[in-house]
Design a protein around this ligand. Structure first.
Ligand SMILES: C[S@@+](CC[C@H](N)C(=O)[O-])C[C@H]1O[C@@H](n2cnc3c(N)ncnc32)[C@H](O)[C@@H]1O
Length: 224
């Protein structure tokens, strides 16, 4: 019996989890159709639960996301700041290379949107001026190529204080375990980033109890 149990734990369990992850990710009628308060949100609900926990625990003075798309996530983050009764000057920054018409209709008073490449020094300068030395939660969800994510990690790490989170989203692509044909992406960028940066560690405990995350191995916590 214990041999069977150990076989299940070591061999079958990870296979079942990865199979479900791939099935859920690649189905047309699952997460891609999700909305938040009417705005499309390109997230797995399990990850929204984790963001909620992180925000409630760390109480960031701002939340920054690169990659806004239809705006669901920035609206979700702004609503979380409302729910935790963050200071009135707690805000959400969204950066997108092309802001969609839908995102432009967002009227939540905490949301500040910027249009441009998230690694453009002019955009970064404007964001720096806005946060004025404060630290917060950063979520990277724009161009998912290895090179771009790595650049973002290096630029935006300084916006995160000790105990705070820098989330490289969609680390599951390029076969980790979904979208096998993608090519080097966020997962590879995180690997390279952590080789040289000792201020951040992966917080895998955060997501592993839920079995998988679209950002698995990409939830980075600043420890020094
Ligand atoms: C996956 S979607 C973002 C989804 C959104 N965060 C959500 O949770 O609903 C990726 C977005 O990144 C934007 N994007 C792509 N390359 C970018 C870049 N270099 N800088 C900023 N945004 C970029 C795209 O225009 C697209 O809207």
């Amino acid at each position: 019996m214990s041999v069977l149990r150990s076989y299940f734990k070591r061999k079958l369990r990870p296979k079942i989890i990865d199979y479900f992850h791939r099935f859920y990710y690649h189905s047309n009628d699952t997460w891609f159709k999700n909305t938040f308060l009417g705005y499309e949100i390109r997230q797995c609900p399990l990850d929204l639960q984790l963001y909620q926990e992180v925000v409630a625990r760390t109480r960031p003075s701002f939340i920054l996301q690169t990659g806004v798309n239809q705006g669901g996530s920035v609206l979700y983050f702004a609503s979380l700041l409302d729910l935790i009764k963050a200071d009135a000057d707690g805000f959400v920054i969204g950066i997108d290379v092309t802001l969609t018409e839908r995102a432009r209709t967002l009227t939540h008073p905490r949301i500040r949107l910027f249009e441009g490449d998230s690694t453009d020094p002019a955009i970064v300068q404007q964001v720096k001026a806005l946060v004025a030395g404060r630290t917060g939660l950063v979520s990277l969800d724009s161009d998912h190529s290895r090179g771009h994510v790595l650049k973002e990690l290096h630029i935006y790490k300084e916006f995160v204080g000790i105990g705070g989170y820098l989330v490289a989203e969609d680390t599951n692509i390029n076969g980790h375990p979904v979208a096998r044909q993608w090519g080097p992406g966020p997962f590879e960028a995180v690997e390279e980033f952590l080789e040289l940066d000792y201020c951040f560690v992966r917080d895998d405990e955060l997501w592993q109890r839920n079995l998988f995350s679209f950002h698995q191995y990409g939830w980075l916590k600043r420890i020094q």
